[in-house]
Design a protein around this ligand. Sequence first.
Ligand code: AMP
Length: 452
Amino acid sequence: MEQPSAAPILFSSLNLDAQILRAIEEEGYTEPTPIQVQAIPHILEGRDLMAMAQTGTGKTAAFTLPLLQRLLPHASTSASPARHPIRALVLAPTRELAIQVEKSIETYSRHVPLRSTVVYGGTDIKAQKPALMKGVEILVATPGRLLDHVESKNLMLNQVQVLILDEADRMLDMGFMPDLKRILTLLPKQRQTLLFSATFSDDIKKLAQDFLVNPITVEAARRNATADNVQQSVILVEQDDKFQMLVEVMRSTNVKQVLIFTRTKLTAARVAKMLERAGIASDAIHGDKTQQERIKALDAFKESKITALVATDVAARGLDIDQLPLVVNYELPPNPEDYVHRIGRTGRAGASGEAISLVDSKEERLLKDIEKLLKRELPRQQMTVAPTTRAAVSPRPAKPATQPYHKKPAPVDDWFLKPYEPAPSAQKIEDQPAANTDKPKKQVGALLSGKR
Ligand code: AMP
């Protein structure tokens, strides 16, 4: 196992091309992150790699930068598709992660003539064909959709030199193993394989043994550890009081944005709806939403048009939101490793963040499992719901949504709106519509900033 060097390392010492360095500089990165320092030299040497990297550690750049460097000799401005065969394949378990990885690749490759695109399920396969037909050096894909394209003869994988498995543990959890095995049979045996994962189970190690040749192992953080810069705590609260506690947490932490995790799609939709009713601009992102709806909600959140994004674990992977200050676990995940992924959504790239879990008596077992994985007890926080918060939010949970989620919410009761009385100018700012809806937003800021 390699340890990061103590001396500060500069990007310029990593043997990357000036045009790649230029893109990094434009992104404002001043020095490589530990996983980048450790992984880049080995990838440049062509070694297979098994990287244990937490979410938010800069792992996408850790594989993309040396990948671009290795593909540079093939860079071509020719319009001929024959000059742009797929030379690198990045597999990701979820659409969100695939989209995000490809965005990063586009960013880092903006000054070199290497093309990339992304294909994922849930959208029209035909719309993805033209980009493939034009030719791309780097393809990011979710496994199922990749195989659909193979079947439709939209692409060839026989010139792939580098295979990257991102969030490999999740790919196993989501049952992608048969797809992965099939994809492997389509790739040249002589290739470089890089495996990235935030958590490393024995299954993953076995996968690495089967797929990788004599790999170097690098680790940017302790096994299954959570980011040190994320302050974690637990609030014990009964199920019926969770929603009020959530609003209290948002109000007392005074954050501008919060990512909330639930276990089920239904709860995600319900909590988002209840937040909207309480005047907090929100949307939900989960497996029942179309790809367009998910992208729209995520973009609205990234652009700060909505305050709260409520997500299930499927959405947890691949979300990269700059400066996200707070993650709330409305319900604990059944799989303790998902806790690590969830809270990795805050405290990214060195920023500090907070993760608060609302735990009811039925979840104590899950909490124990998480603490066992983390090898430490999470601090319990005492918090009571302020009477103003209690009065402001509906004491009864809204009925589970049976109708489409973005149906217009019921008008907010007057008695709730009255105490806040925002100034007309404040009203103007807060009334900006959220991306997913054309209805006016309500007195969010008033509640969150504690104005009473
Ligand atoms: P990732 O772990 O790839 O999801 O990256 C998490 C975040 O770190 C992204 O927002 C990147 O833009 C950012 N990032 C990656 N490398 C660096 C770096 N060397 N310095 C600062 N930020 C970085």
